[in-house]
Structures are given as C-alpha cells and as structure tokens.
Design a protein around this ligand. Structure first.
Ligand code: PNW
Length: 489
C-alpha cells in the first residue's frame, strides 16, 4: 500500500579555466560513469535521491496540429496579437514532439534518474471530453518507453495549463463544474493506459498561477478578469478537478500507482530562525495558502479564509470538500522564491508577513526573488504542518540573460550561483530528515515561457530556435556534477 498523508489537528489561534570544458563533455557515454556510487560527504543527499529535470507539453512540444491534437486555450491566446511578448506562440516551440529521442539523450548525458513531463489534454481528448483520439497517447507511450530504456523514471503531470479550447468555448473552462468532471475522465483514461510504466502522476500544476493569472489578472490564457466571486468559484473547480482526478487515477491505475499534486505554495520563511518566528511561519503557511494547498491537504477552507472572502467565498458542499481532500501519496512543490518572510506577533492571527524591501535581490524577472532558504522551509513546512512524508521539488530554476560566448557555450554563472545556493538549503532539509525524495530542475531546455514568449530562457540547455540545436550551458555541467556526486558541489 502506498503511504498516505496523515493529518494533524490544528489548534488555530489564527576547475580549471573556461577552456577546460567543451559541450561534448556532456554528451556520449562518458556521462554514464555517474552511475558509480558516490562517496558520501556532509553535503550529500540521501542514497536513492532522484535527480531530474521538468518540462511541460505546450512549452516544448510544438506539433500542435499533428495526429489529431485539438486546440488548447494557449494556442488561441498566444495567437491573439499583444498577449505574448513578441507575439510568440508554441506552434513549434522546441519541436520536442519530433526531437524527443535526442532530448532524452541530453538527460542521459546529465546522469538524470527521473523526468517530469506533462501530457497535453487536447492531444488525448481533442474536444476535452467524449471520444478519445486513438493516436493521442502514442507520443507519450513512445516517450515513456524511451525514458525507461535509458533508466529514467517518468513522472507525468496531467494538467500544465493547456486546457482544450472546446471546454473553454462550450462551458467556460474552469468556471464550470463540467471541466473538473471532464478532467477526471481524461485522468482516468491516461492512468489506465500509462500506469503499467508510469508510477507517479501529478494532477494539476500550479493552481495559483493558472487560475490567478488566467482567470483573475488575464495575463495568461484564457485571458479573463473575473470578478472576485466568480474567480473564487473557478478556484474551487480547479480543486474539485484535482480531487476527482485523484479518485479516477486510483480507480483506473494499476496497483502501486501514486498520485499527488504540483503546487507553487507560497513558502513562508521565518524571518529569524527562532521558535516563535518558526511557529508564526507555520500558522502563516496554512493561512496564506488557504485557497489551494491547505484546502487540498486538509479537505476544508480555513475559517479565516472564508471570513476574509465574505460574500465572495466559493460555494461548496461537504461532499466536494471531502473529494478535494482525497488522501495523496506525495506532494510536489514548485519553488522559485520565498513567498513571504514571516514574523511572530502577540495578537491574532499570530503572524505578520513582512513586505519585501525594494532592495531584495532577484534574478532576471522581478518575481524571481533570490531566497535559497525557501528550498529548506518549503519542504519542512509541508512535513511539519501537514505531515507529508513523500515530497518532491517539482520545479526550481531561473531564467538568465543567456548569451553564447565565442565558443558557443553559455557561461551562466548566475544560474549556477542560484542553483548551488538553493540546493544547499535542500540538502540541509534532507540532512535534518525532511522526507524530500527528488528534485526536478526547471528546465531541461529553453522553451516557450508563457506570456514572456521565448525571451526568458529557463533551460540548462541553450536552444537555437532557428536550427533547434541544443547546447549544454555551463549550468548543465554543474548539474551533472551534482548528480554524479549526489551532493551539492
Ligand atoms: C511556473 N509568477 O510558472 C510554471 O510551472 C512553468 O511552466 C514556468 O515555465 C516556470 O514556473 C517558470 O516561470 C510560473 O509570476 C509563472 O510568480 C509565473 C509565476 C510563477 C510560476
């Protein structure tokens, strides 16, 4: 039996020079030497820790009209002038649909042991529901086989934002309860077909981002700016889709299939690591994630959340909350930045979130604030607040102003600095017994970065979009050394 999350009852009071390295170091059989068991050091990760990269279908696949794929809301949105930087779209992206074998080769060269990818819902159900497309899963079948043949464990995400356009057109997407139902049918279908080889399924990726940016701020597909009450209902429907999918995957998947989610919780970092501030950060973790993670991990909305929403609170039934709180086998969290620095207060609600000073450092984008300790506190909070005992870091990484040097290599020392410091904090968590089982670096390749188009590059492999050539950046060599040593290097 898979281990299930336990819940707690909460008493709430509220090397050498640059020339020593060439891109060819990262290709070919030499990388396989990484399979040797590394010697443990004080900077080591636990034996068997999974190392991988993460991607998402619409961001890399291209081939948007191949083999009967239907349109998604991102196809539509990206083709509306002015919505995406430089009016870019994912029609071709990294053409991973055709180049996946080589891309798995990049993973092999890194010595990676796992890979997180997402499945395009409209490839499988072009209309979102009804009859499945017979060819819809062929690509993923082949990808999974290729991964397994190379000793790489596949982790599949069922929803990374490419909602079938037909569902947006006919029922209003996540505004309707029909969408969670359709999502569960799709999830069950995929689990039945792939769970002989895929053991870990994530339901939805980053509830906060696709709902708030897509239905609230209108900067992601489908580009809506719903009023608060309707937005609250869309949030609730996304949670319901998660819960129904958990049940559908359990019903359709082979024994041993594990299911969880991949959410970008707002990581609450105690401003000072003393007991009172740590306690405040725990309270804040529940309340500042009440709309998503807390609801799914506890099967209820907190009293403070409902009180704050007032008349705009979501409408829900007890049965729905039970579905939303369906027990999970593991939890994935995407962590790029600290969500909040938190301090203790004497009165209610027991914590205060401190505004970020204007001088707080960040990477290429303003939101990519540099707070490596988020990779320590995120998993520790999941473990201590909700008793999660199987945790994955489902995304972590940064975009950088990458420019190939004369020798064709991107010397992305800023990305390495970012990764080294974040991984140091993750290592600290594992050394203290926080049950983090794996890490997926975002991303394998430069790719279609949503509203930022191709301008923001998150890959550890540089993609020349004119030729589709992939070139390992210096950070790929860094990551390869981390994987080989199973330690921060
Ligand atoms: C995540 N924000 O998105 C997604 O899961 C990926 O698809 C994406 O490429 C990656 O992070 C890098 O952006 C986010 O504005 C998008 O805070 C925006 C935000 C956070 C995450």
């Amino acid at each position: 039996m898979p281990t299930r999350l336990t819940r707690r009852d909460f008493a709430m009071t509220a090397g050498g020079g640059a020339l020593a390295f060439s891109a060819s170091d990262l290709t070919g059989q030499a990388a396989l030497a990484a399979a040797d068991t590394p010697t443990a050091t004080s900077r080591s990760f636990p034996p068997g820790f999974l190392w991988g990269t993460a991607t998402a279908s619409y961001q890399i696949e291209g081939a948007v009209k191949v083999d009967g794929r239907g349109a998604s809301i991102w196809d539509t949105f990206s083709h509306i002038p002015g919505k995406v930087r430089d009016d870019a779209n994912g029609d071709v992206a990294d053409d991973h649909f055709h180049l996946y074998r080589g891309d798995v080769g990049l993973m092999t060269a890194l010595g990676a042991t796992s890979y997180r990818f997402s499945i395009s819902w409209p490839r499988v159900f072009p209309d979102g529901r009804g009859a499945p497309n017979p060819k819809g899963l062929d690509f993923y079948d082949a990808l999974v086989d290729e991964l397994l043949a190379n000793g790489i464990e596949p982790f599949a995400t069922l929803y990374h934002w490419d909602l079938p356009q037909a569902l947006e057109d006919t029922v209003g997407g996540w505004q309707s309860k029909a969408t969670p139902q359709a999502f569960a049918e799709y999830a069950g279908y995929v689990a039945a077909r792939l769970s002989d080889r895929v053991k870990h399924f994530f339901t939805l990726n980053e509830f906060w981002t696709f709902i708030e940016l897509g239905y609230g701020y209108g900067v992601h597909a489908p580009g809506l700016k719903l009023p608060p009450g309707e937005l609250a209902q869309a949030r609730h429907h996304a949670l319901l889709g998660h819960g129904l999918a958990v049940q559908a995957i359990r019903a359709a998947g082979r024994p041993g299939t594990k299911v969880g989610l991949a959410e970008n919780i707002g990581v609450c970092v105690p401003a000072i690591e003393t007991p009172e501030h740590i306690e405040a950060a725990k309270i804040a973790t529940r309340e500042l994630n009440a709309g998503y993670a807390t609801a799914m991990l506890e099967g209820r909305y907190t009293d403070a959340f409902l009180a704050a929403a007032g008349a705009d609170a979501p409408k829900f039934t007890a049965r729905e909350m039970q579905i939303i709180g369906s027990p999970l086998d593991f939890v994935g969290i995407n962590i790029y930045n600290p969500g909040h620095y938190v301090r203790a207060t004497d009165g209610e609600p027991g914590f205060a979130a401190i505004p970020f000073p204007a001088s707080f450092p960040h990477m290429q984008s303003d939101w990519l604030r540099i707070g490596p300790e988020a990779l320590y506190w995120g998993p520790r909070m999941l473990h201590e607040v909700w008793g999660v005992d199987e945790i994955y870091i489902t995304e972590n990484g940064t975009s950088s102003a990458d420019v190939p040097a004369d020798d064709g290599i991107v010397y992305d020392t800023d990305r390495i600095m970012y990764l080294r410091n974040y991984l140091g904090q993750l290592q600290r968590a594992t050394a203290e017994g926080v049950p983090v089982k794996g890490y997926f670096l975002w991303s394998l390749l430069d790719n279609f970065e949503w509203a930022d188009g191709y301008h923001n590059r998150f890959g550890i492999h540089y993609v020349d979009y004119a030729t589709q050539a992939r070139t390992p950046k210096l950070s790929a060599r860094f990551y390869k050394a981390v994987i080989a040593g199973n330690a921060v290097v």
